[in-house]
Ligand binder design. Structure first.
Ligand code: FAD
Ligand code: EPU
Length: 337
């Protein structure tokens, strides 16, 4: 049953006060298929919603919003070394991480405290602190919106990249992810290469960390620089970190000796967009109802009653200024609706 004129303010972490023309949630593939049988599905725009933590609504959604509530965390296969776990797409990502960490299953502890649902995690290949979800995904199950058939995408078929997958490219808008299979490790091989993790563990007085220690360190780092969406509306990084050629980087370094970079390959580096935006003077800018977060310039925030269009325009102004100052084209990470 589709409800009409449904408020979305509590279903998006930017807290945009918009409505869906039609709305329903589903707890199983059967419920999803029943909803997809509605004739309006082929006629109206459709939006699949998880936790709403990577979306900026700029207006009411004139179409159908379907919220994924498929739950369940089940061990599919277990050996002495590893564990394959099937997780319903509507599970909360961080709650799944907590369960894995509590069981001593390693692989996703660096991805602690990322908001949103398990089903959205493959879409932009969520990543943080040296780990991307592609490192632990073995397959993704999805239902085709037109045919209602279910199919498995292997890890390779997902074509994962930095904040990218086939679900953002040629298969965009065609599938509803219902389940994700993860391969986690029982004998932890921890990734503490990200400098801030090592420093935080040192400050915590931990020299031989456990899976739980790394998770705690990541949570502490994130809480120190990212706003809690429950307190301050936001969708995490608004932009991707751009990749530029080493030649361009070297010439920028002459004018900006402090510029930061991460190696990609022999010809390219990644530059933190947060550094560019801060250097261009945007950090902490407050425009009344919206602005740039004071501790992390990649994050645009809603101070209360912001209009999504103002945040979109701010993003455009930032993009323009970064182009003018550095000759670097920023790309927006958040889905603007
Ligand atoms: P939504 O915002 O609901 O949806 C995002 C997109 O996926 C939409 O296009 C939607 O239609 C589609 N979608 C959602 N579920 C499905 C499904 N089941 N089937 C098909 N399509 C679907 N991201 C990172 O990668 N790393 C971070 O460190 C990080 N930190 C963040 C910190 C904060 C404070 C916030 C607010 C966000 C952060 N994010 C981060 C972004 C966000 O958490 C992720 O993109 C997350 O995966 C979004 O999940 P969601 O369920 O909220 O997706
Ligand atoms: N920086 C600044 N000023 C700022 C922000 C950052 O100079 O205002 C500098 C930092 O000092 C540091 C560098 O930029 O040298 C990187 O900063 P940080 O470690 O905070 O990470 P990030 O590159 O800004 C990325 C992801 C985050 C992820 C973190 C941790 C993207 C677009 N963002 O941010 O993901 O949590 O790394 O791995 O890749 C998200 O996608 O929503 C998100 C939050």
């Amino acid at each position: 049953m589709l409800a009409s004129s449904y408020p979305l303010i509590d279903l998006n972490t930017f807290h945009m006060d918009v409505k869906a023309q039609w709305f329903a949630s589903f707890k199983s593939k059967a419920e999803l298929r029943a909803l997809l049988a509605d004739s309006r599905i082929s006629e109206e725009p459709l939006l699949i919603l998880g936790g709403g933590s990577n979306i900026l609504f700029t207006e009411d959604f004139e179409g159908i919003v379907l919220k994924n509530n498929i739950k369940g965390i089940q061990v599919f296969e277990e050996t002495n070394e590893s564990i394959l776990v099937d997780v319903g797409a509507g599970e909360n990502w961080h709650q799944f991480v907590v369960k894995a960490v509590d069981n001593g299953w390693a692989g996703i502890e660096n991805l602690s405290l990322i908001p949103g649902s398990v089903g959205a995690s493959p879409i932009q290949n969520i990543g943080a602190y040296g780990v991307e979800v592609k490192d632990v995904i073995t397959s993704v199950e999805a239902v085709n919106i037109l045919t209602k058939e279910s199919r498995q995408f292997s890890q390779a078929e997902c074509q994962f990249g930095y904040r990218d997958s086939i679900f953002k490219q040629e298969e965009k808008g065609k599938w509803i992810i219902t389940k994700v299979r993860f391969a986690l490790m029982k004998n932890a091989v921890l990734n503490t290469t990200y400098g801030a993790i090592k420093d935080t563990l040192n400050k915590m007085g931990i020299s031989i960390p456990t899976v739980k220690d790394v998770s705690r360190a990541v949570i502490a780092i994130r809480q120190s620089k990212l706003p809690d969406p429950a307190q301050l509306g936001n969708a995490g990084s608004f932009f991707k970190n751009p990749e530029i050629s080493i030649n361009q980087f070297n010439s920028l370094k002459e004018n900006y000796p402090a510029i930061v970079s991460y190696p990609i390959d022999a010809t390219k580096v990644k530059v933190p967009a947060g550094w560019l935006i801060e250097t261009a003077g945007w950090k902490g800018k407050n425009f009344g109802t919206y602005g740039v977060y004071k501790d992390q310039s990649l994050v645009l925030v809603n101070y209360g009653n912001a209009d999504g269009n103002d945040i979109k325009k701010l993003a455009q102004s930032i993009t323009h200024s970064i182009w003018e100052m550095f000759g670097i084209q920023l790309e927006i990470e958040v889905n603007i609706i």
